[in-house]
Design a protein around this ligand. Structure first.
Ligand code: GCO
Ligand code: MG
Length: 395
């Protein structure tokens, strides 16, 4: 178990077999990192000693059913780390990149979307231009809202956007009225300037009610978004029915989901278009494949979360899944800091809007433990959000 903070916190599980083959798995749960580290150290690692590393499915079931207390982000992130590390080991033993074990390539490259964000609409336009020049085919737009400071997803200073900034959560103020009034003008400008084929996305970050989200979706229809993400908190899956009834703006959800049960109704009732579950938070490569296979039956495509709090180990694993499944949609991509890339040497690469998984056996990613030890853990929590009258709101 390695906890390191090269610019931000990451938890990594490294499994070594009796034959000396190593495998790595991401176990990072933003703002709750040490809970997963303790769960692994205290409750999982001792159970792995002496077990056959090739029995990936059996070990997954053993940890899931054996805990009795199923699901939840801490448990599922811990299981994901074990599962990912075991796929890495299996690939290395087989001498094949993991995507070959998942059925081989279904496409030439993994289409990614970048984050264009700024305080002003002009600033966002300038960011989009940079992404387009770099070959991106898809861009997520987030802008500051007049009258509000510190809006989610808006990158103002130099360096990588990082919401988990303080040991005690930072507090931001939110107004749905100001937000709903402003967002359409952002998309109108970007669509006008960049034409009809650039894929445009937006993240509402769980801040709306279903009827507010329906209104936003409707007002964005002229700008043909690829998706509107996390319009409402998704504990109430049937809440999406109301949004769906009113708008043809495609919907995406799932970055906080931990299992297929969190998205079962959303998928089988075709209430979303993209499911954004990830390797690290939804139980690993094995479990993610099951979610995406269910989704494929219902015309739902993948759109995995890939913010910087998911380590390069998760990104490497995600790309093997992305390149192999039939119903891939998009992959989120925010490059990590140089320090992070050095701690996690990897063979995946970006080219002209696409990411390509490593061709090395296994996942094609590692952790430099000596370097990792130079970056000690720093407590950092995600912020909270309050309405203008002080009411605690969804973040
Ligand atoms: C995204 C996400 C992130 C999350 C963050 C939480 O779509 O990339 O919403 O910005 O808030 O990853 O840990
Ligand atoms: Mg999001």
């Amino acid at each position: 178990m390695i906890v390191t903070s090269p610019g931000r916190n990451f938890v990594t599980l490294k499994i070594v077999t009796d034959e000396g083959v190593t495998g790595v798995g991401d176990a990072t749960l933003n703002g709750r990192e040490l809970a997963v580290a303790a769960y692994l150290n205290e409750h999982v690692v001792p159970l792995l000693i002496g077990r056959d590393p090739h029995r990936i499915e059996d070990i997954w079931q053993y940890l899931y059913k054996g805990a009795y207390w199923r699901r939840g982000p801490v448990t599922m992130t811990a299981i994901a780390a074990v599962d990912t590390a075991l796929w890495d080991i299996k690939g290395k033993v087989a001498g094949l990149p993991v995507y070959q074990l998942l059925g081989g390539r279904s496409r030439e490259g993994v289409t990614v979307y970048g984050h264009a964000s700024a305080d002003t609409v002009d600033g966002v336009l300038a960011e989009v231009a940079k992404y387009v020049a770099d070959g991106y085919k898809a861009v997520r737009l987030q802008a500051g809202i007049p009258g509000l400071s510190g809006v989610y997803g808006v990158h103002t200073g130099p360096g990588v956007y990082e919401p988990a900034s303080a040991a005690v959560p930072a507090e931001a103020v939110w107004s749905t009225e100001r937000y709903l009034h402003h967002v359409p003008s952002l998309f109108e400008r970007v669509r006008d300037e960049f034409g009809p084929t650039l894929k445009l996305l937006h993240d509402a970050h769980h801040r709306l009610t279903p009827i507010e989200a329906a209104r936003l979706g409707k007002s964005l229809e002229p700008y043909a978004l690829t998706w509107l993400e996390d319009p409402v908190p998704a504990e109430l899956q049937e809440g999406f029915r109301l949004i769906r009834r009113h708008t043809t703006t495609p919907l995406a959800v799932g970055e906080v989901f931990n299992s297929v049960w969190d998205c079962q109704q959303l998928i089988t009732e075709q209430l979303v278009d993209y499911i954004r579950t990830t390797v690290v938070h939804a139980g690993g490569i094995s479990a993610l494949r099951r979610i995406f296979d269910l989704a494929a039956l219902y015309h739902v495509r993948s759109g995995s979360h890939g913010a910087t709090d998911l380590s390069p180990v998760c990104m490497a694993a995600a790309l093997h899944v992305d390149v192999s499944i039939p119903n891939f949609g998009l992959q989120e991509y925010m490059p990590h800091t140089e320090e992070t890339d050095e701690v996690f040497p990897h063979g995946y690469r970006f080219e002209n809007g696409y990411l390509h998984p490593s061709e090395a056996p296994g996942l094609g990613v590692d952790i430099d433990e000596e370097l990792a030890a130079k970056y000690p853990y720093r407590p950092a929590a995600l912020p909270v959000n309050r309405l203008e009258d002080g009411t605690l709101h969804s973040w």
